[in-house]
Design a protein around this ligand. Structure first.
Ligand code: FAD
Ligand code: FES
Length: 219
């Protein structure tokens, strides 16, 4: 089947959160995740990695994380990492419906975790984030977001508008990835290889190199 990139939710045991893409037999789009969902106990999967760098640690105490869809895959390890370093973390996760909220136990042991269903308004989680940002000292708060591009862009703009330092506001990019080891250049964004230095980039960098690009809509 070849290979495709996925975030690691937790390890050990190695766990992933995979969104099954729509399968089109004519173009074979979606063939990898389609095949992954057919894997049975006893089958063999090969995994290589991990690649990329740890998310940058901010020099402030409070951290808010907003995720959407399968972006949740990166959240448990992010929450655990920052909590162990002494930060106070809150997580907001936007979902189309409540059934999408996986791995709750891996987050709730470390941080308050608010799941926000769209309930007729896509991106309703942003309203909840806005209320939360109004209740914290934003000069002492960093912000991280993982999910579809549109959601991440809106969330970053909101955090900056509410007063978070743009250098403390980060999004995780899913630029196309091939080799994963810094050779092919496929994952390049603004001169940085995401498979080596990503996937988290700050607001200032993203404004210059990504969000004003014709990168299309993801997920
Ligand atoms: C660094 C990185 C980490 C990722 N982590 C995860 C993860 O933890 N869980 C998860 O479910 N997915 C994750 N993805 C996305 C995942 O790699 C793709 O969904 C996968 O490649 C789809 O393979 P496929 O063969 O089934 O579909 P493809 O044929 O590759 O794609 C099917 C359809 O999905 C679209 N698509 C492909 N990749 C993406 C993407 N990144 N974002 C939005 N749409 C896409 C394509 O444009 C196409 O329309 C990650 C991607 C990257 C680059
Ligand atoms: S995926 Fe090849 S250089 Fe990053």
């Amino acid at each position: 089947m070849g290979e495709k990139p996925f975030g690691i939710v937790a390890s050990p045991p190695l766990r992933f959160l995979v969104r099954k893409q729509k399968y089109d037999p004519a173009t074979t789009a979606g063939d990898f995740t389609h095949a992954l969902f057919r894997v049975k106990k006893g089958d063999t999967l090969y995994v290589r990695g991990p690649y990329g760098a740890q998310a940058p640690e901010p020099a402030v105490t409070n951290i808010m994380i907003l995720s959407g869809g399968s972006g949740l895959a990166l959240v448990p390890r992010l929450v655990q990492h920052f909590t162990v370093l002494g930060h106070i973390v809150k997580v907001f996760h936007g979902v189309r419906n409540k059934k999408e909220a996986a791995y709750r136990d891996l987050i709730e042991d470390y941080a308050p975790y608010t799941v926000v269903p769209d309930a007729g308004k896509p991106g309703r989680v942003l309203d909840v984030l806005e209320e939360a940002l109004e209740k914290v000292d934003v000069s002492n708060c960093a912000f991280y977001t993982v999910g579809p591009d549109r959601l991440m862009e809106d969330a970053l703009e909101l955090a900056v508008r509410k007063g978070c330092d743009p250098r403390n506001c980060f999004a995780s990019l899913e630029t196309n990835t091939m080799c994963g080891i810094g050779v092919c250049g496929e994952c390049e964004c603004g001169g940085i290889l995401s498979c080596k230095m990503g996937t988290f980039y700050d607001h200032t960098f993203l404004k210059a190199h990504y969000f004003n690009d014709d990168h299309g809509e993801t997920q």
